[in-house]
Design a protein around this ligand. Structure first.
Ligand code: F6R
Length: 234
C-alpha cells in the first residue's frame, strides 16, 4: 500500500481527483464508487471538471435496505445529488435497497460486477474498519451480502439522520472479494475519528476484525489521509 498524508482533506481529495483523471485517461471504463462524507469533495471536483464519463460505468459499493430510491438518505439519492445528475455515466449500478427477493438481488449484483470488472475502486473506511458495509468480522471471500449494520456504524451514521431510530439496520454491500478484484483502489480517510482504524489498516495484522486490513494483500492501493486521520501512524 502507498500512503500519502496531506495537510487537509481538500488536498487529499485533489490528489484523488488526479488519480481518477489519470485512470480515465488511461482507458478505465468501470469505476467502483463509495458514498458517505469522505468522497463528497472528490465528486465535487469531478463535477466541476471536464472529465467525460459518458462511456463509463459506475458500480456503487452499498445501499441501505428498506429506503426507497427517492428517500434523501438512500445512497441512490446521494449518488444522483452529488455526481450522476451533474456528470452522466453510461451505466449506473447501485444495489436495490427495495428488493423483495434478496437472494436474486445479490446474484444480480454479483453478475453486474463479474461482467464489468472494476478498474478503479474508491473507498472510505468506517470507524470500525469496515469497507463498503463489510462489518467485522468480515468474510474475505465474500461477494455481495445482505448484512446487519454494526451498532457503531449506526451510531456514526446517525449524524446524517434526524434521530438514530431512523438509521436503517440492514444493508446490501459488495463483498470483500469483489473489492479485492478491483485493479486499483483508492482509500480516503479524514478526521481524527478515523485515526485508529487507519492505524490498524496500515500497521496492524490482516484481520477479519479490521475488514480494511485485507487491502494490505492488494497489489495497487493508494491510501490518502489528512493529518488528523494519520496521527497514530509510526
Ligand atoms: C459508503 C461506504 C462506507 C463509508 C464509511 C465511511 O458507501 O461504503 O464504507 O465509506 O462508512 O463513511 P464516511 O465517509 O461518511 O465517514
Amino acid at each position: 500500500m502507498r500512503t500519502l498524508v496531506f495537510d487537509t482533506p481538500a488536498e487529499a481529495s485533489q490528489k484523488a481527483f488526479e488519480l481518477v483523471r489519470e485512470s480515465l485517461e488511461n482507458g478505465s471504463t468501470t469505476f467502483g464508487l463509495a458514498t458517505g462524507s469522505t468522497p463528497e469533495k472528490l465528486y465535487e471536483l469531478i463535477v466541476a471538471s471536464d472529465l467525460d464519463f459518458s462511456q463509463a460505468s459506475s458500480i456503487n459499493l452499498d445501499e441501505y435496505y428498506g429506503l426507497t430510491k427517492q428517500d434523501s438518505q438512500s445512497y441512490a439519492y446521494f449518488m444522483k445529488k452529488h455526481l450522476i445528475s451533474h456528470k452522466p455515466f453510461k451505466n449506473v449500478y447501485i444495489p436495490d435497497g427495495e428488493a423483495q427477493d434478496i437472494d436474486a438481488e445479490l446474484a444480480r449484483y454479483d453478475k453486474i460486477i463479474e461482467e464489468n470488472p472494476i478498474d478503479l475502486q474508491i473507498l472510505g473506511i468506517g470507524n470500525n474498519g469496515h469497507i463498503g458495509f463489510n462489518e467485522p468480522p468480515a468474510d474475505f471471500n465474500g461477494r455481495t451480502q445482505f448484512i446487519d449494520l454494526d451498532q457503531s456504524t449506526i451510531e456514526a451514521n446517525a449524524r446524517l439522520f434526524d434521530s438514530i431510530d431512523e438509521v436503517p439496520t440492514k444493508a446490501l454491500t459488495m463483498g470483500i472479494k469483489s473489492i479485492m478484484d478491483s485493479k486499483k483502489i483508492i482509500l480516503m480517510a479524514f478526521g481524527e475519528e478515523k485515526a485508529r482504524a487507519v492505524q490498524k489498516l496500515i500497521e496492524g495484522p490482516v484481520d477479519p476484525m479490521v475488514p480494511a486490513s485485507v487491502l494490505q494483500n492488494h497489489p495497487d492501493v493508494v491510501v490518502l489521509l489528512d493529518k488528523a486521520s494519520a496521527q497514530f501512524l509510526a
